[in-house]
Design a protein around this ligand. Structure first.
Ligand code: NAD
Length: 739
């Protein structure tokens, strides 16, 4: 039998008397293979036919027709569109039945993976007799469902443990981790690692060699490290009632410590794996398999219907949209999308310049790093060196890569190597006159095609443009500190920036592994402008006698990665004061930070960088016990009654919501989705809440307007709801619905 459908092609070949049916998954009109309704129906029909042909098939080989992708998983829009838990459960059951059909074929099934194999793709692989992977770095396998707030629902929770044991399965599933071929083999998930060159030929040769074991169903891959430790002790852990209890208890504790119970899918995954009683080599069949899969599908339905999962899926689509966009249009010009930077420059080798140069080098881009002071260059190189050393220690890079990356940074006191740079980022001190003179000088030393960007966090891009002969080539490129860790970059369009410069900068961000959002050139851009009322209010609460640990813990409970008072320490009180001054000048008292901070700045208690701010630090660690001196230095008398958590929360968060509505109205950012992405990536706003705008929509804008009116009467006029927020509320459809 041969077959050519919209998703699959089937051919037969006779190889050394072995009858191999070769199935190629190649979904028409798509870049990646995924299980959508069409694929599921075509695949199910094909599997029924293949079963009838079993006399003609010794082995079935599945490969992909897509470059760099084996199977991306289930079509996420299907999951997103499931409105109720029951609908989502039914969806999972349909997927599971398909995988069962595959597993029940009466001949060995081999999957040969030379690209990404995620979610449903991995679950299909788990129901196969053998998993082959290529040595290509693009070949990766895993179950990332929990990152979308769901659990593997096509048998992954049930079959992963029988292949690699419970402890390793939990590690993979709970973190949504994916493995390269080499690591998958080591874990016992993949059965063989084959050369990428002529991968299909290698897979066929492997099948011929292993036909005996394939037929007998004997395990081919490595033994997994049971219990996370391996050996007899590990085996005892996984195969005894007490041992298992310990494994699941530890998993729950670990998850709760990390997520504080805000992400239900990870807990559900543990419950499912524990309750279905699966384990290493414990292949479930018949009614036992059905019962286990039904339990998994119910768990899937439960979490897929939560707001958390909807928010995380939305976030996934937002990041996907960035991949397709070029910052100017979502239909990216092909030439710009494919153009990769080879050479860059950085001016200013301080905290930010050093970090940006390190990032360029890390991504294989040669970078000239200029400063006016030799010690600054030495510091810049030292901080890059320390980051590369960490990667080397973690074995994320080899010694050779370490040398190569480090060699890509050229520290210099002159502009001599800048002619070849395609993008130069200015990161000198935050003073307009200094920046203008540096930019005017720099422009004389770059090529006509070069784009120049400033990393300023608060100065006007449009004003800096006046220093340049060609202002069109100039944009803002606002990285956050620390550069290697913070995913967001605000790409700022000045009044004269050209589309081409925006596109180059936007694409460069993606090449650097960052998440760009385009924002208008206005004071504080987006993220700092939204953060200011939040931080200022936290400081005001502190001055009114609310303990700073209390304020921080309320916001940590809300899901922020760090409390606002600690965040001020992290940013530095001096930096914060400067930005606050600029924002207050632009927007008035709603950005007002308490004056009393001057006392801390005078004492050089600037935050983490000086070892003392509101909190006390030893190295980079916060010292746990509070320093009561801070209250007397600031002249604070503590409240006798503790303030309600909801009061603290509303005062900190709703000021941000109010400001967000102004930013949307002023078109500082394209829309609520970009705003949410920027807040999640730039401030760590809890992803499970879907972002600031989505949080506000979920609470209801009318309720928020009412609460702001109340706060404006009881606390101060800074809370008066913005006319744009009132208008959004009146429209009745929220930020998302109203745009
Ligand atoms: N530190 C942050 O958290 C942060 C975050 C985002 C953006 N920024 C912005 O990044 C820029 C740099 O900030 P930073 O914190 O790295 O400052 P920094 O003081 O650590 O570094 C500034 C560097 O610029 C050098 N420099 C000064 N004049 C120069 C000139 N004419 N030519 C070449 N080099 C010169 C200095 O020697 C110094 O090494 C500022 O615009 C700042 O607003 C800072």
């Amino acid at each position: 039998m041969t077959f050519t459908g919209k998703a699959f092609r089937l051919t037969h070949r006779l190889d050394s008397s072995i009858k191999i049916a070769h199935l190629v998954f190649d979904l028409e009109g798509e870049k990646v293979n995924k299980f959508n309704r069409l694929v599921m129906s075509e695949f199910a029909d094909l599997l029924v036919e293949l079963k009838k042909e079993s006399a003609e098939i010794d082995v079935l080989l599945l490969t992909s027709g897509k470059k760099g992708n084996f199977i991306a998983g289930a079509d996420i829009t299907l999951i997103q569109s499931a409105k109720t838990a029951q609908e989502a459960t039914e969806l999972a059951r349909a997927g599971q039945k398909l995988i069962d059909l595959w597993e029940d074929l009466p001949f060995p099934r081999v999957v040969a993976i030379d690209g990404t194999c995620m979610g449903g793709g991995c679950e299909l692989s788990l129901a196969s007799t053998a998993i082959l992977m290529s040595k290509s770095s693009q070949a990766r396998i895993g179950l990332p469902e929990t990152l979308l707030g769901i659990i593997p629902g096509m048998g992954g929770c049930v079959r992963m443990p029988w292949k690699i044991g419970i402890a390793q399965s939990l590690e993979l599933i709970l973190a949504g981790k994916t493995l390269t071929g080499e690591k998958a083999c080591k874990a016992g998930l993949a059965d063989a690692l084959l050369e990428k060159e002529d991968f299909e030929g290698n897979a066929l040769s492997w099948i011929k060699k292993e036909i005996g074991r394939l037929r007998s169903g004997a395990r081919i891959g490595r033994e997994p490290k049971l219990g996370g430790i391996g050996g007899v002790a590990g085996s005892l852990m996984e195969n005894t009632w007490v041992g298992r209890k310990v494994i699941f208890k530890k998993a729950r504790e670990g998850v709760l410590a990390k997520t504080k119970g805000k992400y239900p899918a990870v807990l559900e995954a543990i419950d499912v794996i524990e309750s279905v009683g699966t384990g290493y080599r414990k292949i479930l069949e018949g009614a036992e398999r059905d019962a286990a899969l039904i339990r998994e599908a119910e768990g899937f339905g439960r979490v897929a219907a939560t707001e958390v999962s909807k928010n995380l899926i939305q976030l996934f689509f937002m990041t996907e949209a960035i991949k397709k966009s070029n910052g100017v249009s979502t239909v990216a010009a092909a030439d710009a999308a494919d153009r990769k930077l080879q050479s860059a420059g950085v001016v200013g080798a301080g905290v930010m310049g050093g970090g940006i140069a390190q990032l360029f080098a890390d991504k294989g881009i040669a970078v000239e790093m200029k400063d006016i002071a030799q010690p600054a260059l030495e510091l810049g190189i030292a901080s890059a060196l320390s980051l590369f050393q960490k990667s080397l220690k973690k074995r994320a890079i080899t010694k050779r890569q370490f040398d190569q990356k480090l060699n890509l940074i050229t520290p210099t006191l002159s502009y001599v190597g800048f002619r070849k740079a395609e993008l130069v980022v200015e990161a000198v001190i935050e003073k307009m006159d200094v920046k203008k003179s540096v930019l005017a000088e720099l422009e004389k030393h770059v090529s006509d095609q070069a784009v120049i960007a400033s990393n300023t966090s608060s100065l006007s891009i449009s004003e800096m443009q006046t220093a340049l002969v060609r202002p069109d080539r100039f944009v803002g490129m606002h990285f956050f500190n620390p550069v290697h860790r913070m995913p967001l970059v605000e790409v700022i369009r000045g009044s004269q920036s050209s589309d081409g410069s925006i596109i180059t900068t936007y694409q460069a961000c993606k090449q650097l592994g960052k998440m760009p959002v385009v924002v208008k050139d206005s004071p504080g851009f987006l993220v700092n402008r939204l953060l200011m009322p939040y931080l200022a209010e936290a400081a005001t609460l502190l001055m009114s006698g609310v303990g700073m640990d209390r304020i921080d813990s309320v916001l940590l409970d809300f899901g922020m990665p760090m409390g606002p008072i600690e965040l001020i320490d992290e940013v530095g009180l001096d930096v914060g004061e400067k930005v606050a001054g600029i924002l207050k000048a632009a927007f008035g008292d709603r950005m007002l930070a308490p004056d009393a901070f001057g006392k801390l700045i005078e004492k050089k208690w600037l935050g983490k960088k000086t070892g003392r701010g509101f909190y006390v630090y030893e190295g980079s660690k916060k010292v746990k016990s509070l320093d009561p001196e801070i209250y007397s230095v600031l002249g604070i008398s503590m409240r006798s009654e503790p303030m309600e958590a909801s009061e603290i929360l509303d005062r900190c968060i709703l000021g941000m919501v109010n400001e967000a509505s102004r930013c949307l109205e002023e078109k500082v950012i394209a829309g609520p989705a970009d705003l949410d992405l920027a807040m999640i990536m730039g401030t760590g706003f809890p992803p499970f809440r879907g972002g600031l705008a989505r949080y506000a929509d979920a609470r209801g804008l009318s309720a928020i307007v009412e609460r702001l009116e109340e706060l404006s009467k009881t606390v101060g006029p800074r809370f008066a709801p913005a006319p744009s927020l009132v208008a959004y509320a009146k429209s009745g459809s929220g930020f998302y619905g109203a745009t």
